[in-house]
Write a protein that binds this ligand. Sequence first.
Ligand code: CTP
Ligand code: MG
Length: 218
Amino acid sequence: MRKFLLITAAGKGERFGGNIPKQFITVKDKPVIIHALTAFFKYKADIKVTVVIDKEFETGLKENLLKYFPEKEFYIIKGGKTRTESVKNGLETIPDLSLVAIHDAARPWVSRNLIAKGFEHAEKHGSAIPFIDITESVREVDGKLNRSVNREKLKLIQTPQFFKSELIKNAYKSINRLFTDDATVLEKAGFKIHLFEGDRKNIKITYPEDIKLVEAFL
Ligand code: CTP
Ligand code: MG
């Protein structure tokens, strides 16, 4: 099946702060989003890529894409106010009967191995969502009360998330609420989610201190 990447880069990075969104800052000589794209091109040099972006940063992105990947072509699509809207816009460029990986530009340390596993599992199961175990203790807080939660049953969910394209496209058409990830959208549309083991190094840059971790891994 043909393989596509939809990379979400239209967020403002409010928790991270600073003048430019976190996915465009330079870490180890390259913008964060360029590291993420490089990982996918290492997996498959001719993977088709759609980048969802805020208008304000389009020119800068195009310059960087030309600089680092002069021979590649990209779909550049306008993002929305929320991640859910951004993905919805981007999915319009993805054809049916293919496989799509939806990945956050803010995760530069995605490995080729995880990408390969994800596409394989999605072809078999319809979806493939990477998880990692929780290593810290967890408590549920409800107003002034809080209680312990058995962490064995809880997992942290990462991107990239992989899907048969028509499944996730139809799921996004069927929802009218916001969700933080794509697996939840597919679940709300009535489908079972297939999980596979992710990678602890595949961290999402959210706060400035996350940069130190990413620098250590890249
Ligand atoms: N994203 C997007 N469009 C939005 C919001 C988020 O494409 N309207 C993207 C971000 O660019 C990021 C990914 O979705 O690559 C994950 O979102 P998150 O880590 O929450 O990034 P931001 O929304 O930019 O950060 P914050 O929530 O701190 O503002
Ligand atoms: Mg956000």
